[in-house]
Structure formats: structure tokens, C-alpha cells
Design a protein around this ligand. Structure first.
Ligand SMILES: Cc1ncc(COP(=O)(O)O)c(C=O)c1O
Length: 401
């Protein structure tokens, strides 16, 4: 094994510049380890994490239950083949169908992959039941991933012409505008796809009447309602799945991020009547791989045992209330979101500056666009962590007055 010499941060940053393909501006630190609500960089500086690896670290950083499950499974069976059944896959699929309104599960490794599956299933449904319909209506401002099809499904204005030509068959309509959606339906439409709280798009929720209307439209035309819960699922919004806030059931549900607690894992779930794929239609080398399944079983088991959805609801309410108080003293507005998927606005163009200043003070918060800060801490967050976070945020905001 190569023994890497541990050098100072700057040396590692220089190596990164030489060998890591540039895709993002990253701050000048190197994260070395994590535990619970905190991360540490190579210099030993500690950061209170209210980003949670982009809503991924549902159990916090390096949870023992995940480490133990991975160690146990790695010693038993890491990977067999997607061509064979394995016990952790069957047990995990069974668990997910028990805790959701769905009957069948397909596993992937990333959110985009789960959404690609959902898009394929919708097109298969169109081919089998809707006379070849293939178009999917999606929502402006929505985010569904970075593969070509999921980029095309996303309603991100900056992606309009990026990597053209786009994958054909997606129409975008404004959020919470039922008439616009109704008007976009044609005999080519096979599904409507959306997030119930747009995560990357600025933390905007769909209204109850809107979702109820979408459900009706889908029922009327036999189209699939695809709900992307990659970000909102697994307790994030204060319920296990965000659709539970609305009292409707989707036909297809995608989950990712928090389901693996940091281990790359995602799933597409659907009802038994949409079990439509034939051999060769869908698959993947890592679908249902035992190591990932053991990770998912451990993470979701722990989420359920500790009722972390309930904690997300309670702590989210506390955090939201405390942010309202901040808004009376600082230029903070538009506090919104559900559970522990929250956001607020700062003056135009200053979100990145605020996040960078917080980082200097040992707090991780996420700048979303020019003027929005998103807070998506691990679901294990306590009132004490929130108070610690608010003390740092208050200090940082004081220099913004
Ligand atoms: C709602 C939603 N869908 C899909 C994705 C894509 O997930 P991944 O980056 O794991 O492919 C994301 C990622 O942020 C997301 O928030």
C-alpha cells in the first residue's frame, strides 16, 4: 500500500490543483475527519456543520452504526453481481416498501441515477399504456441531477443551453401554477415530475392545492406523478417523506442523499402496477450491491429507531423561530422551509460572502444563488447545536449591518 506522506494544507492544495479536474471553487482547506455535527480540517480547525454534506449526513459524520455495518458486511460480501439476489438487498427493499406507500424498489448509487430510472419508467409506462407518450412536465427552478436527462428535467435557468443538445421530451411550467400545468398536457405526456420542496432552487414548497391538482391531472390522463425526494426524503422535512405533509401518494418516488448517510446510495420506488421493466431495460453494475444495502439498512434503521424525522420537525421549528428573531435585528428575510430543510435571504449578492465569513468563524452554511442561505444540518442536531450556530451567525451578521 502506498504510504502517503502527510504534508501541510498548502502542499495538498497545490497537489489538488495539479491533479484534480476543476469543477468547483473550493475554500483553501482540506477536510480530514468528521464526528457527529462537526468536521475538522488538516490544521485541526473545527467546523459546526449546518450543510451536512448537502443534506446527506443524516446521522451526522462518521456514525458508528454505519461504520459497524460496513465493516461487518465488507467482511461477509462486498459485491456479488447485479445478476444475483442477495439478502441485504431483499431486506432493504422490504424495509423501504414497509415504511413508504410503495411496493417495489430499484436501487442506484446517486440521486441522478434514481431519477433517470424514474424517467425511464415513465417512458416505459407511456410506451405500454399511453400510446407511446414520452413527454414529462417538470417545474421551473427544479433540480433533478447532472446526467444529461436529469439536467434536461431540471428547470435551472443557467442550464438552458449548457451541453446542448438537451434530451428531448421535457416541458417546464412555473411552480404552483396549476393552469399552466394543465395547459402543458398533451397526448404525448406520460408524467409530471417535481420536488415538493425545491432544494437547490431556493427552498420553495409546493402548495397543498397545487399538489392535489397535479394528482387529479395525473389520474385523469393516466399519467405518472413522480416525486423527487432525493433531498426531502428520509426525515429531512420533519416527516419520513415530504408527500406525507400533503396527504397524497405519488406513483413514483425517488430517494437518495440521507438514505445512505454518506454512503453513495439511492432508490426509485413505485407501485406494483408500474412494475413494467423487462430484462435489459434497466440495471447497473452496482444496483443492490450488498455493501450499499447494508449501509442503507443501518442508516434507515437508525433514523427510524431514533425517530429523527420527529427531531427534524422539532429542531426545525426551534431554528425557524430563532431565525425570525434574527430577522428583527439583521437584514435577514424570507425564512422558509420545512423541518431541517430551511433557507433565508440576505441582501442581493451577499450570500457567498456571508457563507465565507461563517466558514472563517468555524460554521458551515450553504450559499444558494446570490442571496439565499440554506441550512440542512444532520438530523441529529440538538437545541445546543442550534444555539451555538446562532451565536456564530449573529457574530458574522453583526459585521454585515
Ligand atoms: C432534489 C434533488 N434531486 C436530485 C439530485 C441529484 O442527486 P445526486 O447529486 O446524488 O445525483 C439532487 C442533488 O442535490 C437533489 O437535490
Amino acid at each position: 500500500m502506498l504510504q502517503m506522506e502527510k504534508t501541510k494544507t498548502n502542499d495538498w492544495l497545490a497537489k489538488a490543483e495539479q491533479s484534480v479536474l476543476f469543477t468547483a471553487n473550493r475554500p483553501n482547506m482540506v477536510i480530514e475527519r468528521g464526528e457527529g455535527m462537526y468536521l475538522w480540517d488538516m490544521e485541526g480547525k473545527r467546523y459546526l456543520d449546518f450543510v451536512g454534506g448537502w443534506a446527506v449526513a443524516s446521522l451526522g459524520h462518521s456514525p458508528k452504526v454505519l461504520a459497524d455495518a460496513l465493516t461487518r458486511q465488507a467482511a461477509t460480501l462486498v459485491h456479488a453481481s447485479p445478476g444475483f439476489h442477495n439478502q441485504p438487498m431483499i431486506a432493504f427493499a422490504e424495509l423501504l416498501t414497509r415504511i413508504s406507500c410503495m411496493d417495489k424498489v430499484f436501487f442506484g448509487s446517486s440521486g441522478a441515477e434514481a431519477n433517470e430510472s424514474a424517467i425511464k419508467l415513465a417512458r416505459k409506462h407511456g410506451a405500454v399504456h399511453l400510446d407511446g407518450a414520452y413527454e414529462i412536465i417538470a417545474i421551473s427552478g427544479g433540480f433533478h441531477g447532472r446526467t444529461l436527462a436529469t439536467m434536461s428535467a431540471s428547470g435551472k435557468p443557467q442550464w438552458e443551453s449548457l451541453f446542448a443538445p438537451k434530451v428531448d421530451g421535457f416541458k417546464h411550467v412555473p411552480i404552483n401554477d396549476l393552469d399552466a400545468c394543465f395547459a402543458a398536457v398533451t397526448n404525448k405526456t406520460c408524467a409530471i415530475m417535481l420536488e415538493l420542496v425545491q432544494g437547490e432552487g431556493g427552498v420553495h414548497s409546493v402548495s397543498e392545492s397545487y399538489l392535489y391538482g397535479l394528482r387529479k391531472i395525473c389520474d385523469m390522463y393516466g399519467m405518472l406523478l413522480i416525486v423527487d425526494e432525493i433531498q426531502t426524503g428520509m426525515g429531512r422535512t420533519g416527516k419520513l417523506f415530504a408527500y406525507e405533509h400533503y396527504g397524497i401518494e405519488p406513483d413514483v418516488l425517488t430517494v437518495g442523499k440521507g438514505i445512505g448517510g454518506g454512503f453513495p446510495l439511492s432508490a426509485m420506488l413505485t407501485k406494483a402496477k408500474y412494475d413494467l421493466f423487462e430484462p435489459g431495460d434497466q440495471g447497473g453494475t452496482y444496483t443492490g450491491a450488498p455493501l450499499a444495502m447494508a449501509a442503507g439498512l443501518a442508516v434507515v434503521g437508525e433514523l427510524l429507531d431514533r425517530n429523527l424525522a420527529e427531531n427534524a420537525d422539532q429542531q426545525g421549528r426551534y431554528l425557524k423561530g430563532r431565525l425570525q428573531l434574527l430577522a428583527s435585528r439583521f437584514p435577514v428575510s424570507g425564512i422558509r422551509g420545512k423541518g431541517l430543510l430551511l433557507a433565508f435571504d440576505v441582501p442581493e449578492g451577499r450570500a457567498a460572502e456571508l457563507a465565507a465569513a461563517a466558514l472563517q468563524e468555524g460554521l458551515l452554511i450553504n450559499a444558494l444563488g446570490a442571496s439565499t442561505i440554506r441550512l440542512v444540518p444532520p438530523l441529529i442536531v440538538t437545541k445546543e447545536h442550534i444555539d451555538e450556530m446562532l451565536a456564530i451567525l449573529t457574530r458574522v451578521l453583526s459585521s454585515f449591518k
